[in-house]
Design a protein around this ligand. Structure first.
Ligand SMILES: [Fe+2]
Ligand SMILES: [Fe+2]
Length: 137
């Protein structure tokens, strides 16, 4: 699920590298819960959430700055969808993670999978041709 496929590419090197980082975070989390012998993964889940939050800060800023710099008309709508992701992470952080580790982990994995399917492959892909035409690769 978190393996890079060519169809994920936005044809912009730095953006692709940053999107690969999101897949890495997803893969890391899915490996954490594979370890069924050890039921306590609280520290690792918190670490992944911290990483995910840090990721949204630099990745969303990078994308928004790039769209702004090139006068992309859909910037505001795109920014709103980014805000929904940030709010979702805050919502997860506020849950009783320790008591619901399995449930929260599945929720984060579903969240990242949805992010790839419905944001990277749809919303991010909408700026691909526009930015490529501006000479951004
Ligand atoms: Fe993105
Ligand atoms: Fe985006």
């Amino acid at each position: 699920m978190f393996k890079w496929k060519d169809e994920y590419s936005c044809n912009i090197n730095e953006i692709d590298n940053q999107h690969k980082k999101l897949l890495e975070i997803g893969l890391k989390l899915s490996n954490i819960i594979k370890d069924k012998n050890d039921l306590d993964h609280y520290d690792e889940i918190i670490e992944v959430l911290r990483e995910l939050k840090e990721y949204t800060i630099y990745h969303f800023k990078y994308e928004e700055d790039l769209m702004h710099r090139h006068g992309y008309k859909e910037l505001n709508g795109h920014r709103l969808t980014h805000e929904i992701f940030v709010n979702k992470i805050i919502e997860i952080e506020n849950k009783d993670i320790d008591e619901n580790q399995q449930k929260v982990t599945i929720e984060i994995l579903t969240f990242i999978a949805d992010w790839i399917e419905n944001h990277i492959l749809k919303v991010d892909h909408m700026y691909k041709d526009f930015l490529n035409e501006k000479g951004v690769f």
